[in-house]
Design a protein around this ligand. Structure first.
Ligand code: CP
Length: 316
């Protein structure tokens, strides 16, 4: 059982993470049936507070909350009073006045979710849906769920699973949260990137570092391609997109080197033709659509645990 907020994958013990994955599996089984809706969070209000663009995370949190019968308020900064200069504090206090029980926040500044949780501007549970280049813990949970579903379904954790995370590690909150969570669950993680796209201090992370995708790809069970975050790049981090793609992109030649049961992941949105070719994204080894689908069940589990819903299966 997790309590309080979910700001970082580091907030979760191994048991709490495994418990969330198990709850998500149970919820997925229920909502795959004819009755997708559970009454567990009836009377609760979930606010989606998005200061940055999102498709998957925002829609899946909304779907997750609605499937648990919570009321959902969607706040998108564009078109709100934030455009007139309203601060995070005033926005949060407005949401507090509206009775939010949980706030799902995405923000361009690293640490924004923690600031919201620490300042007591709002009494609600805060869930980090991506803060700058820092973390995206529910993405890591849905990735762990998807890896377990495909490779370790009957096993307790991810012990021994070899995961390659490839690409723009420097700007990736997905990579940070995944390194924290997947290693906690027993996976062996290798980061593959050009030196310019690795963060300072990465040598202290519990991972292997490689600059050579071709020497790693045959050995992995999971290859997770990261989006090149062109919108966060003020400098030139690689000579050309063509050169990046040649050295670090997933293409049909590299796809053919993957082991028989290996899977291809990408958190989305994808730059098809840059970090991943269209045929790799659409290959039978790709579980990218499963990641999106599993995002709903995992976010239901997080809301359920944080908001203390009624027992699963209680339909009164
Ligand atoms: N993976 C992810 O965070 O996607 P969105 O930006 O569409 O939410």
């Amino acid at each position: 059982m997790i309590s309080g907020h979910l700001l970082s994958a580091a907030d979760l013990t191994k048991d709490e993470a495994l418990n969330l994955l198990s709850t998500a599996k149970e919820l997925a089984a229920i909502t795959d049936g004819p009755n997708k809706k559970l009454p567990t969070l009836r009377g609760k209000t979930v606010v989606n507070l998005f200061f940055e663009d999102s498709t998957r995370t925002r829609i899946s949190f909304e779907t997750a909350a609605k499937r648990l019968s919570a009321d959902v308020i969607n706040f998108v900064a564009k078109g709100s009073s934030v455009s007139k200069g309203e601060s995070l504090k005033d926005t949060a206090q407005t949401l507090q006045a509206m009775g939010a029980d949980a706030v799902v926040i995405r923000h361009g500044s690293s640490g924004a979710a923690k600031r919201l949780a620490d300042t007591q501007w709002i009494q609600a549970a805060v869930i980090n849906a991506g803060d700058g280049t820092h973390e995206h813990p529910t993405q890591a949970l849905l990735d762990a769920f998807t890896i377990k579903q495909h490779l370790r379904n009957d096993k307790e954790d991810l012990t021994g699973v070899k995961v390659l995370i490839v690409g723009d590690i420097l700007h990736s909150r997905v990579a940070r949260s995944n390194v924290l969570l997947l290693t906690k669950l027993g996976a062996q993680v290798t980061l593959v990137a050009p030196p310019t796209l690795l963060p300072v201090g990465v040598s202290d992370w519990p991972v292997k570092i490689s600059y050579d995708l071709d020497s790693e790809i045959e050995k992995c069970d999971v290859v997770m391609m990261l989006r090149i975050q062109l919108e966060r790049m003020a400098d030139s981090f690689f000579p050309t997109e063509r050169e990046y793609s040649r050295r670090y992109g997933l293409n049909s030649t590299r796809l053919s080197k993957l082991s028989k049961n290996a899977i291809v992941m990408h958190p989305g949105p994808m730059n098809r033709g840059l970090e991943i070719s269209a045929e790799s994204a659409d290959d039978l080894k790709s579980v990218i659509i499963d990641q999106v689908k599993n995002g709903v069940a995992v976010r239901m589990a997080v809301l359920y645990e944080l908001l203390g819903g009624a027992q699963l299966g209680d339909s009164k």
